[in-house]
Design a protein around this ligand. Structure first.
Ligand code: SF4
Ligand code: SF4
Length: 485
């Protein structure tokens, strides 16, 4: 192999911004670039951190503003409790959320990633400031500050651990509620080994993510980042370098007499490299839109500070769109901006209709195991064995009866009625619904069951009973009579 030629194993071009040519990780220590976008992101970020931390403590209608109680299969959201029977609501909510993300990305690009995602918010506004506090700001090339030493690094990890423990407890509060969490903190871990292990695991994951994995989460692990190329179009808002203004780039030349720094023969980009050094994912935005860009706007702040110093207009790197940067005429019709809002309007309308028409009790009628029906030997009547399950969605206790309506020849036999339910609880009762054989001229009969507390609650459900095919001469379909329909 000739000297100077790359080894056979070396890639011809850079595969990933955080990979060295030999495949080892390129560690990033981005420089902080103060500016208007960093200030705005700090406001948004710290407000979001306050919100993430406070949500489990806030109560609405006596319930946590957000509680994802997996053990009891209940999700409390802003005072409303969703239960497993709310599958349709949950499905509509998820579809609306996904379409909203598609719409926002088409309009605003990766504004979520750069401004609101907990990964970015906590990494850039909590963990990196702690790092800078103990190790000093990074020098050129992203090396730790000159004061970084063993003790300082040790202290940094100790603070990281405390912060991660706090975050893990906050995270757990979303699943178990604050009251239970406070009880657990005051007791020995042996009293609640499962949740304690979850807390340890979460702390470990936070330490792994914010101390080690960092930008790799956005670059290789997060599916949203991988999908962005299909969600953006040429009119979407992105952070972009303007090559028509910046190129040909070149170092700043100073005129001998006049010490005002002026680029003489080059474009506005003075190739200072600040936009690269400040980038938390290690990319060079001057190479165009890249999947790794999380839209944090740090390169805008960095470049604006340079432009201000050399007396050039700000915005060499700016919020724009691919078509604006390439001076294309503005596209008036963007199909995705028509379809996404249309789908969103439909799903949200259906969601609201379902939500506001939700009954106060969820009622499910199930057929008990065994034969679909039975012939009562004493009376010759036909019985269907059913189970009525009820979820009390109200804040008060309820005692519920089940009645057969518009069917004078039928009756309900059960020793499990009435069903007594605490607020938010569910219960069930088994019963036999008995009808004479002539009620089944076709081998089936629809009946209506009313679930009622004989006061305010009255929910009617139609259910199909099965029986033998009745013939006026008294014979019955032998196949049906065995119940092997
Ligand atoms: S910060 Fe601005 S001037 Fe400096 S290299 Fe980047 S684009 Fe060019
Ligand atoms: S290119 Fe700019 S906006 Fe994108 S991640 Fe890097 S610094 Fe942030």
């Amino acid at each position: 192999m000739h000297q100077g030629q790359p080894s056979l194993l070396e890639p011809e071009e850079q595969v990933l911004s955080t990979l060295n040519r030999d495949g080892s990780r390129r560690w990033l220590r981005p420089r902080l670039s103060p500016g208007r976008f960093l200030s705005a992101r700090r406001w948004v970020g710290y407000l979001l951190i306050a919100l993430f931390t406070a949500l489990p403590y806030i109560t609405i209608n006596g319930r946590p503003a957000m509680l994802l109680d997996i053990a009891r299969r209940e999700f409390a959201l802003f005072g409303y409790v969703f239960r497993p029977t709310d599958t349709i609501l949950l499905a509509l909510f998820m579809v609306s959320l996904i379409v909203t993300i598609f719409l926002l990305t088409a309009l605003l690009g990766r504004v979520w990633c750069g401004w609101a995602c907990p990964q970015t918010v906590y990494l850039e506004l909590v963990y990196r400031p702690i790092e800078r506090l103990f190790e000093g700001p990074p020098q050129r090339g992203g090396k730790p500050g000159k004061h970084a030493g063993g003790v300082r690094t040790l202290l940094k990890y100790a603070v990281y651990l405390l912060v991660s423990l706090f975050l893990a407890h906050t995270f757990l509060a979303y699943f178990v509620g604050v009251e239970r969490l406070v009880q657990w903190v005051q007791l020995s871990p042996l009293h609640h080994p499962g949740p304690f292990l979850v807390m340890l695991l979460t702390t470990g994951l936070m330490m792994f993510d914010f101390c080690f994995f960092r930008e790799q989460t956005c670059i290789v692990a997060c599916p949203y980042g991988r999908f962005q190329s299909v969600m953006l179009d040429r009119e979407s808002l992105i952070i972009s370098y303007d090559p028509s203004r910046g190129e040909p780039r070149g170092k700043l030349r100073r005129t001998p007499k006049n010490q005002t720094a002026l680029p003489v023969t080059t474009g506005d980009c003075v190739d200072c490299g600040l936009c690269v050094e400040t980038c938390p994912t290690g990319i060079d935005i001057r190479e165009g839109l890249q999947m790794e860009c999380v839209g944090c706007a740090q390169c805008i702040d960095a470049c604006d500070s340079v432009m201000a110093r050399i007396g050039r207009p700000l915005g060499l790197i700016r919020y724009s769109s691919q078509s604006r940067i390439e001076r294309e005429p503005r596209k008036r019709f963007r199909p995705r901006l028509f379809f996404y809002p249309a789908i969103l309007t439909i799903t949200i309308s259906v969601l609201l209709i379902v939500f506001f028409n939700k009954p106060v009790m969820d009622v499910t009628i199930l057929r008990n195991k065994g034969l679909p029906y039975a012939l009562l030997p004493a009376s010759g009547e036909i019985s269907n064995s059913l189970r009525v399950k009820v979820v009390n969605r109200t804040d008060v206790s309820a005692t519920l009866d089940v009645e057969l309506i518009d069917c004078p020849q039928g009756r309900i036999d059960s020793n499990e009625l009435p069903i007594s339910l605490a607020p938010g609880a569910d219960g069930s009762a088994s019963m036999l619904v008995v009808l004479p054989p002539e009620a089944f001229p076709t081998g089936r009969q629809d009946v209506t069951l009313r679930i009622t507390d004989h006061a305010d609650i009255s929910i009617e459900k139609t259910y199909r009973l099965l029986g033998p095919v009745f013939t006026p001469d008294g014979t019955a379909n032998p196949h049906q009579e065995t119940g092997n329909e």
